[in-house]
Every structure is written in structure tokens, then in C-alpha cells.
Design a binder for this molecule. Structure first.
Ligand SMILES: NC(=O)c1ccc[n+]([C@@H]2O[C@H](COP(=O)([O-])OP(=O)(O)OC[C@H]3O[C@@H](n4cnc5c(N)ncnc54)[C@H](O)[C@@H]3O)[C@@H](O)[C@H]2O)c1
Length: 264
């Protein structure tokens, strides 16, 4: 049986590590030709380890000229792009007593403008072919919940969710879908860095606390986002558009942390 994404050409940003790597691995396993894009040169190593005709680009998604150049090369090599996964993102703590403008702008530039740039560069080609799947990596942080220090990050993810819906309206008539993925906590270099920022002396305490708050009792694994992304990117998901898909191990469920909890 052919894979779910057989003969599809997919581009995943932020694919050198973490969730993007998980998405790239699952999409490749399901038959897609995967193009990996990342600012970090580790992207070449990750692409090589996928063991198929994966192509890698070292690109900063916040810089439109770099993204446009990549789009030109992708079109020259493959002639089309079926699936665009805007996953590249950053998260930095911003304390409310030090609302750093530069950090605000960094979230905006990478998370929001980076997503905008990739859509802008590839959407004309998708419109021409009347086919495309756009997946944007939002988060539960912002659209659903927040932790302290997340104002820059939450703001950018709220914007990504809104952008996802706006684009969905504009491209529906071309048969292109646009959906957002809203992960809870997944154990990636980003989360380990945030735990380190929160408690430099004992980041493990932060990680244990996160896992303890998840009804399924653990962090998500990047490949589990990959399975969701692969489905949403497939032809089987043709009727989903403009939606937000939460994947959080039930973390958003608890109403209290005491009611119904019996100490034995
Ligand atoms: N890990 C989580 O718990 C979690 C939860 C919700 C949402 N997310 C989102 O998932 C996505 C991936 O997060 P992650 O946890 O894997 O992060 P990560 O830091 O582990 O990996 C992010 C990747 O994006 C790349 N990147 C960063 N800035 C870039 C830029 N300007 N251009 C190109 N590449 C760039 C990095 O080099 C890195 O390889 C992000 O959008 C993040 O906000 C993560």
C-alpha cells in the first residue's frame, strides 16, 4: 500500500531539530519527498539522516530574500510544492517588569513574519496548481492558555492562529487548505532552554512539574506532532481548513488541581 503522502513534495521549516525534525521524519516515512529548511547548519545532518532524497536549505525564515531564493530553487528542482509546514519558531521569557522591545520584535520577526514570508513565497505556485496544504505551528500558549513570562511568544502564536484562518478564507477557492497545530509541551531543545531560563540551578524541577500537570503524565514526542501533521497534509484531510488542532496529552483539561483528587 502506498504511503499516506506518496508522491507529495513537502517543505518543513525549523526542521533541524525538535518538532520540525519529528514532522520531517514522519512525512518522509509516509512517502513524501521532504525539503528541510532551518537557520541552523545542523539541518544538513538531519536531512542526511532521513535516508531518502531529502534536500536541505540553510535559511532564516525572517528574511524574505532568503525565503524567496529558496522557493525559486525548490520550484526549479521539483516544479511544485504540495505541503508547506511553517514550524520554525523561537520562545524567550519576557518578565513583565522588563518588557524588552527587542525580544518582542524577535518573536514577531521569526514566528509571525517567518510564517508570512514562506506563505508569500510559495502561495503563488500553489494557486497556479490549485492544490496545497499549509500547516502553521501555533501553540496552546496564546490561543488557549499562558504561563508567566510568555507575553512575546503568546502574542506571536495568537497572530499565527489568526493568520491561519485568514489565509484559509483567501485560498479556499483554489482548493488549498490552511490549518494550525497547537501543541502543549513537547520535549525539544526549545523547552529544555526555557526550563533552564526558568530555573538555571534546577531545570529538571521545571520539566518534572510540566509532566506532572499533563493527564497523560508525560511530554509529547515530536513524532506525535508528525502523525497529526501528516494526516492534515494528506488528501484524506481535504475538508479541514481554517482549524486549530490541539495536541497536548490532555494538559488543557483540568479545571482545578484539587477537586475529585483523593489523597490516599
Ligand atoms: N516544544 C514545545 O513544547 C512546543 C509547544 C508549542 C509549540 N511549539 C512550536 O513548535 C515549533 C518548533 O519548536 P521546537 O520546540 O521544536 O523548537 P526548537 O528550538 O527545539 O527547534 C526550532 C527550530 O527552528 C529553527 N529556527 C529558529 N529560528 C529560525 C529562523 N529564523 N529561520 C529558520 N529556522 C529557525 C531552529 O534553528 C531550530 O532548529 C515552534 O514554532 C514552537 O513555537 C513548540
Amino acid at each position: 500500500m502506498a504511503g499516506l503522502l506518496q508522491d507529495k513534495i513537502a517543505l518543513v521549516t525549523g526542521a533541524a531539530m525538535g518538532n520540525g525534525e519529528g514532522i520531517a521524519r514522519v512525512m518522509a516515512a509516509k512517502g513524501a519527498t521532504v525539503i528541510l529548511a532551518d537557520k541552523n547548519e545542523k539541518v544538513f545532518e538531519t536531512a542526511a539522516s532521513l535516508g531518502q532524497a531529502a534536500t536541505a536549505y540553510q535559511v532564516d525564515v525572517s528574511q524574505y530574500d532568503q525565503v524567496a531564493q529558496m522557493a525559486e530553487q525548490v520550484m526549479a528542482q521539483f516544479g511544485r510544492l504540495d505541503i508547506l509546514v511553517n514550524n520554525a519558531g523561537i520562545a524567550r521569557m519576557i518578565p513583565v517588569d522588563n518588557m524588552d522591545d527587542a525580544l518582542r520584535d524577535l518573536h514577531y520577526q521569526v514566528n509571525m513574519v517567518g510564517t508570512w514570508n514562506c506563505v508569500k513565497a510559495f502561495i503563488p505556485h500553489m494557486i497556479k496548481r490549485k492544490y496545497g496544504r499549509i500547516l502553521n505551528m501555533s501553540s496552546v500558549t496564546g490561543p488557549r492558555v499562558v504561563d508567566p513570562g510568555m507575553m512575546g511568544y503568546a502574542m506571536s502564536k495568537g497572530a499565527i492562529s489568526a493568520f491561519t484562518k485568514a489565509i484559509a478564507m483567501d485560498v479556499a477557492k483554489y482548493g488549498i487548505t490552511s490549518n494550525a497545530i497547537l501543541p502543549g509541551y513537547f520535549l525539544t531543545p526549545m523547552v529544555m532552554h526555557s526550563a533552564q531560563e526558568t530555573d538555571p540551578k534546577n531545570p529538571q524541577r521545571v520539566l518534572d512539574g510540566i509532566a506532572a500537570g499533563v493527564p497523560l503524565g508525560r511530554f509529547g514526542k515530536p513524532e506525535e506532532i508528525g502523525y497529526l501533521a501528516a494526516f492534515l497534509a494528506s488528501d484524506e484531510a481535504a475538508y479541514f481548513t481554517g482549524q486549530e488542532f490541539v495536541i497536548d496529552g490532555g494538559a488543557g483539561l483540568p479545571e482545578t488541581n484539587s477537586m475529585g483528587v483523593v489523597n490516599d
